[in-house]
Design a protein around this ligand. Structure first.
Ligand code: PRP
Length: 218
């Protein structure tokens, strides 16, 4: 019987998972099962390398990692900032690069210059509050939305929005613009603090290999 413990990865469903698997493959970490598009399985195993992988919604990834249900996770920095989980952020994977911004109609720019109370719609209330309260010292009324946040500014729900901007085309096509940049974002690798001690050698070796692959690319 193999007594080597599994190293469990929680990946973010969708494009981020594909990019993560590509990078892991460069570092010699593979999982045949997960590449099968037809499968309905939720957990994928590489017995030989004693690895397990599962796919989760982005905001759930740091939850799995904090509780130790996964040793390692990959998700966006936006999610890590918003969720504020107790995990180690060990690597910037560089892909999924975009920006967290305050956006709105050009005529809303004035409202960011004074300390007047404004309405801000966002999927990221924690990031929005942190920025406005601690950096700008401006009081806001935050309205939580779950998607298509741009609508908030367009239909008069809010004065501005706080949202992710990647290419900027959603803003452009809807008559909105970036008013202020909050921070850059990209995919990050996170590790459970206890796993980092217990499986220290294995995890550090993995981080080293991934770093080498990333350096080759950039
Ligand atoms: C994200 C984000 C913006 C858009 C930005 O939304 O919230 O709406 O992408 O990308 P762009 O700058 O390249 O246009 P997503 O597509 O994830 O869906 P959502 O609006 O439902 O959150």
């Amino acid at each position: 019987m193999n007594t080597v413990p599994y190293l469990t990865f929680a990946l973010t469903k969708g494009r981020l998972a594909h990019q993560t698997l590509e990078l892991l493959a460069e570092a010699g970490i593979t999982c045949e099962e997960i590449l099968d598009k037809k499968t309905r399985k939720l957990i994928f195993v590489n017995e030989e390398q004693r690895l397990r992988f599962f796919l989760a919604k982005g905001p759930d990834v740091p939850t799995y990692v904090e509780y130790g249900a996964a040793d390692i996770g990959v998700t966006g920095r936006d999610i890590l900032l918003e969720e504020g989980r107790n995990v180690y952020e060990v690597l910037d994977l560089k892909f999924g690069a975009c920006r967290m911004c305050v956006c709105g109609r050009e005529d809303s720019r004035e409202k960011l210059k004074h300390h007047e109370m404004i309405r801000v719609a966002s999927k990221y209330p924690r990031i929005a509050k942190e920025y406005f309260y601690n950096k700008k010292h401006q009081t806001i009324d935050i309205i939580k939305l779950n998607g298509s946040v741009e609508l908030g500014s367009m239909v008069g729900l809010s004065d501005v929005i706080v949202d992710i901007v990647e290419t900027g085309s959603t803003l452009r096509e809807n008559g909105l613009t970036v008013l202020e940049e909050i921070c850059p974002l990209s995919a990050r690798m996170i590790v459970n603090p206890v796993s980092m001690q217990i499986q220290s050698d294995r995890i550090k070796r993995l981080i080293r290999r991934l770093k080498e692959s990333l350096e080759k690319e950039h």
